[in-house]
Design a protein around this ligand. Structure first.
Ligand code: F6R
Length: 605
């Protein structure tokens, strides 16, 4: 999604702005631009390198704002790229989000003689600020925002006040970075890491003015000063590097063992078969008395929640519902005060998932979060929650965060299960399986060369179906989602038992099936499903338990996976599926880290 970066201080701004934009590249974008009051604005369609190539002469000035745009309304053109300016060039703005009443504002401005060169809502916003600007840019922004409905994270400058940046937030993240030789602003804290770890997260309805050596936060509606204590980001700038891997996606898949260690650290009490989650302490009693739990998420976070549902029902005896966040937010919710809503989100900023939290609050439900990005909106808006501790995920396709989401669900299953009907022995078995998981995944990753060979053979098919049963049904969906995302192959995930209710009609020699067939309690059913597929001559790649000979005889390609506790099996099965998608994507020559049309965090609906 769009990214914002800004700096005001004593250093030359232009290289900092370009560098800031590069750290935001991973979020997905199609055009970029910078504005430096002493120089002016430069914009380009395409990569940051295209923008840098236009900056051939030294750019003077120690302040500026910058933006990466991911087109939603309006093509990715230079005209639509940010920064945008008002009529006189006296106000410049970068904006993430959507102004909902832009047509009404635009009509009003037109009557005042303001003309427009684009159809964008951002142009309306900056021109509105321009008409209200009387020498104090913070006041002009405040007065303009009083008329605006919608979501925004924005940064505004005026060449008449080059030493101030005004930022504001409503629904789209803005973080201040407090540096030693100046202050920064960004839409994503990871962009600040190279300069400072001391940050202030703006809340919705807040505006801040930053200068080289000061920052002041106030509410937009009442101009009341807010004293906000800086928070420290724990992530390291090293975590943002590729570490010799060809792509972030590859690095992040290979980080799986470490990620699991980090997610589990200090949270397992193996001898008692229990889990300890500090962020959930305040709601423990409530969790043990819940009638049901509602899980919401989007994309991979939704599939992780589906796995969580199977586990919580099977091992913890807790009824669970899972909804796509984009559906939950608009459907009728039947009030049930003995339920709680748990939102799952890597970024903690996904607009649909956030909307579910608001809706749950309106129904007086306790809201919980499973979030990776520390300090993100969902982490702050929920009543209690668990951090994934997976570290920054840069590749657009979620891999290590998905693995850590599953690990958190395993911990939640222990936590909730042991307060219900899970025995100590069952808890111990799960805890031990989790402890052994990092080592198990190391051995799975050793199969990468084999997976690459297999991937190359499957790269030329146009369509495929992933099948699984029970815990592996959502894993089949996750495998299909990854293949769609990074290899642009039409892939669907199905519960194996559903094949003969429709999709089997499509199968032939050109339509491979990828089958998840570990030796669990639905293994025999899966073997029958694979036989049905083979009878239609579809090529089959199967993921099986080590030493399995039954499936191997039936299928074309086999990948053997370690035998583990059935609860952790889906985690073991996911890593090779992520590798498969990665290798097919690179075999086809695609930019797997930044798939077309996708953005890392989807902060608009
Ligand atoms: C898939 C993927 C997306 C995200 C989804 C939710 O690889 O990355 O499907 O899982 O957009 O994002 P978060 O978890 O940030 O809410």
């Amino acid at each position: 999604m769009c990214g914002i970066f800004g700096y005001v201080g004593t250093r030359t701004a232009e290289p900092l702005l370009l560098e800031g934009l590069r750290t935001l590249e991973y979020r997905g974008y199609d055009s970029a631009g910078i504005y430096v009051p002493e120089y002016g604005a430069v914009k380009a369609v395409g990569p940051i390198d295209a923008l840098a190539a236009k900056l051939t002469e030294p750019v003077p000035g120690t302040s500026g704002i910058a933006h990466t745009r991911w087109a939603t309304h309006g093509e990715p053109t230079e005209a639509n790229a940010h920064p945008h300016q008002d009529m006189s060039g006296g106000v410049w703005l970068v904006h993430n989000g959507i102004v909902e009443n832009y047509q009404e504002l635009r009509d009003g401005l037109k009557m005042q003689g303001v003309s427009f060169t684009s159809e964008t809502d951002t142009e309306v916003l900056v021109k509105l600020i321009g008409t209200l600007y009387k020498g104090d840019i913070a006041d002009a922004v405040t007065n303009a925002l009083a008329q605006v409905r919608g979501a925004y994270g924005l940064a505004v400058m005026s060449p008449r006040e080059p030493d101030r940046i005004v930022v504001a937030r409503m629904g789209s993240p803005i973080v201040l970075g407090l540096g030693t030789d100046g202050n920064f602003v960004a839409s994503d804290p990871s962009a600040l890491l190279a300069h400072t770890k001391d940050v202030i997260y703006l809340d919705d309805g807040e505006l801040a003015v930053i200068t080289a050596d000061s920052h002041a936060v106030r509410t937009i509606s009442t101009a009341e000063q807010r004293e906000k204590r800086p928070e420290r980001i724990e992530w390291d700038v090293e975590a943002m590097k590729k570490d010799g891997f060809a792509h972030y996606m590859e690095k992040e898949i290979f980080e799986a063992p470490q990620v699991i260690e980090n997610t589990l650290r200090g949270r397992l009490i193996t001898e008692k078969g229990r889990a300890k989650l500090g962020g959930m302490e305040s709601v423990l009693d409530e969790l043990s008395r819940l009638n049901r739990l509602q899980l919401v998420g989007c994309g991979s976070a939704y599939y992780a929640s589906e796995v969580g549902r199977y586990w919580l029902e099977e091992y913890a005896g807790l009824p669970v519902e899972v909804e796509l966040a984009s559906e939950y937010r608009y459907k009728r919710n039947l009030p049930d005060t003995k339920s709680a809503l748990l939102a799952v989100s890597q970024s903690g900023e996904t607009a649909d998932t956030r909307a579910c939290i608001q809706k749950a609050k309106e129904h007086d439900l306790t809201t919980l979060g499973v979030v990776n990005a520390v300090g993100s909106t969902i982490a702050r808006e929920t009543d209690a929650g668990v951090y994934n501790h997976a570290g920054p995920e840069i590749a657009v396709a979620s891999t290590k965060a998905f693995i850590s989401q599953l690990t958190v669900f395993a911990l939640l299953t222990l936590l909730i299960g042991r307060s219900r009907d899970m025995t100590q022995a069952d808890g111990q078995a799960i805890a031990r399986a989790l402890e052994e998981l990092p080592g198990v995944l190391q051995s799975v990753l050793k199969q990468a060369p084999k997976l690459q060979q297999v991937a190359e053979r499957y790269a030329d098919y146009r369509d495929t179906i992933f099948i699984g049963r029970k815990f592996h049904t959502p894993i089949a969906h996750e495998g299909a989602l990854k293949l769609k995302e990074v290899a642009y192959i039409h892939a669907e995930g199905y519960a194996g038992g559903e094949l003969k209710h429709g999709p089997i009609a499509m199968l032939d020699e050109q339509f491979p099936v990828i089958a998840m067939a570990p030796q669990d309690d639905v293994y025999e059913k899966m073997v029958s499903n694979i036989a049905e597929v083979k009878a239609r001559k579809a090529p089959v790649l199967a993921f099986v338990s080590e030493g399995d000979t039954e499936v191997a005889q039936l299928v074309d390609d086999v990948i053997e996976l370690p035998r583990v506790h059935p609860l952790v099996q889906p985690i073991v099965s996911t890593v090779p599926l992520h590798l498969l998608a990665y290798y097919v994507g690179i075999a086809k020559g695609y930019d797997v880290d930044k798939p077309r049309n996708l953005a890392k965090s989807v902060t608009v609906e």
